[in-house]
Design a protein around this ligand. Structure first.
Ligand code: ATP
Length: 513
């Protein structure tokens, strides 16, 4: 069965609503743009993803500790970090549709379309020729070379325009590339302007005394301002890391694509403090470790790739993204950045406090360098959910919708059903739940036929269902049904705990790292 990509994504979004994963925020008031709430199953899945990240980063590394800093920070933090002056996106409006776009995204999407054309040429040729060599073809085919030349030209102009903060040139690129508004189809564009993405509010009950403070746009600064507190109280030695998960807020210009880009979202970040000069070694190490973490989820190696940044942020000397194949294409999932000593030095300068490390071996103090890993929890949620969502044709001609979630992350691990609502079967089912619930998230379900109950839990992503029938009363065995294979097996009740132990635990994931 082939579903169009846009329909497939729509199906995922409606599935999220129907099965209590994600709701539009304040839906009864028609929702708030790009803000979402997690429902009963979504909250569990999100908590499990967060916990897996925390265990992998903090529990599994002796030299990484975790903190929980506040969302509100002293306003000077954001002056020092550069966010007040430079946390901007270039925006452009189409005068006919009145729609607002990120100028950089319009250009990137245009480049992606040309890249698609190259891929199509390669695919066509691959079908025509035996022993096809794609690299050779790309370096010799006239049409492909022409496309590649265009891409290089646009990228180079764009990079220069951003470096020089030349917004007129950014607009000129949009005009020269003949980019049209997808809604109005016109090229009637306004000038490009910079738009600061930070939300501000005021602190203090009397408005005269109020001072502007910001909702943090990233969790990283909470780690930097606590660097010395943690280093001293934890007696940490370089290299060491500080991890944190928490909310961040960005007034995104274009916030579409469901939970991919939200105005309120959650980040999971780790800042790794290292001796200056060793940062590239740790940058490479963290790239590999973070990719291995993603691969351990079993969503398919082919769904991930690295993308090096063409324009480095003002604080970085190397940066890349781990991209994931979302239903709308490869997009950033996690950023890995070598942030140099920029942040700590800025905070030293603005606070007047030394934020250094005394290196006993070298007998001197210096400001450590930092390698950062930063992943959006909501984007991770979307990557897992969209890879897990399947519409599977069955032999009987029906379709089953199943979430093949990694079992350790599933909101409900085991569902227990009595075959019928009588003859003592519900009581036996309850007693099994009472035994398992200390270690696992377990659900009870007695409504509808067992077949329908299986479907319901397939759609929620429950990896195992247990059915209690009349035979269970006699020989104390039950049927355990596997979500992915739909296979069933008969097991003694006394062995259930042991059976599930290695199948749905974080240990099963952590051991792969
Ligand atoms: P993008 O280029 O998509 O705007 P970014 O490069 O600004 O992202 P970072 O500042 O590196 O993102 O943030 C780290 C991570 O936080 C991203 O990789 C992403 O997973 C997540 N993230 C950033 N902005 C959002 C958002 N608006 N909604 C959800 N997640 C986000």
């Amino acid at each position: 069965m082939s579903v169009k990509p846009e329909d497939f994504f729509k199906n995922i979004i409606s599935h999220c609503k129907e099965y209590g994963y994600i709701f539009q925020s304040s839906e009864i008031y028609d929702g708030l743009s790009a803000v979402y709430d997690y429902g009963q199953n979504g909250a569990e899945l999100k908590k499990n993803i967060r916990e897996y990240w925390w265990k992998a980063m903090v529990q599994m590394h002796e030299n990484i500790v975790g903190i929980d800093a506040s969302i509100f920070m002293h306003p000077t933090t954001w002056k020092a970090s550069g966010h007040v002056d430079a946390f901007n996106d270039p925006l452009i409006d189409n005068k006919d549709s009145k729609k607002r776009y990120r100028a950089d995204v319009l250009i990137e999407e245009h480049v992606a379309k040309i890249e698609d054309k190259i891929n199509k040429e390669v695919e066509k040729a691959a079908k025509r020729f035996e022993n096809f060599d794609a690299t050779m073809f790309k370096s010799t085919n006239a049409r492909v070379l022409e496309y590649q030349k265009k891409i290089d030209e646009i990228n180079s102009r764009f990079k220069n325009a951003l470096n020089d903060n030349n917004l007129a040139e950014v607009k000129q690129i949009i005009i020269d590339c003949e980019i049209v508004c997808p809604i109005s189809g016109s090229r009637n564009w306004t000038d490009v302007r910079q738009f600061n993405l930070m939300f501000s509010t005021s602190m203090g009950s009397v408005s005269e005394e109020a001072s502007t403070i910001y909702l943090r746009p990233e969790t990283a600064q909470g780690i930097f301002v606590n660097y010395l507190n943690v280093q001293k109280t934890g007696r940490m030695k370089l290299p060491f890391g500080i991890a944190q998960t928490g909310k961040a807020f960005r007034n995104e210009i274009v916030a579409r694509q469901f939970i991919f880009r939200m105005r309120e979202f959650e980040q999971m970040e780790m800042q790794f403090f290292v001796k200056p000069g060793t940062e590239m070694q740790y940058y490479e190490e963290w790239k590999n470790k973070r990719l291995a973490w993603h691969l351990s989820l079993g969503l398919g190696k082919e769904n991930y790739k690295f993308h090096d940044h063409i324009k480095l942020a003002h604080y970085a000397n190397a940066a890349c993204d781990i991209e994931f194949q979302f239903p709308f294409g490869f997009k950033e999932l996690e950023g890995i950045h070598s942030r140099t000593d920029f942040d700590l030095k800025q905070h030293e300068q603005y606070s007047g406090k030394k934020l250094q490390y005394f290196d006993v071996e070298e007998n001197k103090s210096y400001v450590p360098y930092v390698v950062e890993t930063s992943v959006g929890l909501d984007r991770l949620f979307l990557s897992i959910l969209s890879a897990a969502y399947k519409e599977e044709p069955l032999e009987n001609g029906e379709t089953r919708t199943v979430l093949n979630l990694p079992p350790a992350l599933a909101p409900i691990k085991i569902a227990v059903f009595p075959l019928v609502k009588k003859d003592g079967l519900p009581e036996l089912a309850e007693s099994i739940i009472n035994d398992l619930k200390f270690d696992y998230a377990v659900a009870y379900d007695e409504k509808d036929t067992v077949g329908k109950r299986y479907r319901r839990h397939d759609a929620i992503g429950t990896p195992y269902c247990i059915t209690v029938d009349h035979q269970s009363k006699e020989d104390k065995t039950v049927t355990v049904r596997h979500r992915d294979t739909m296979q069933q097996e008969r097991l003694p009740i006394t062995e259930l705990n042991k059976f599930f132990e290695n199948k749905v635990s974080f240990k099963s994931l952590l051991k792969q790292l």
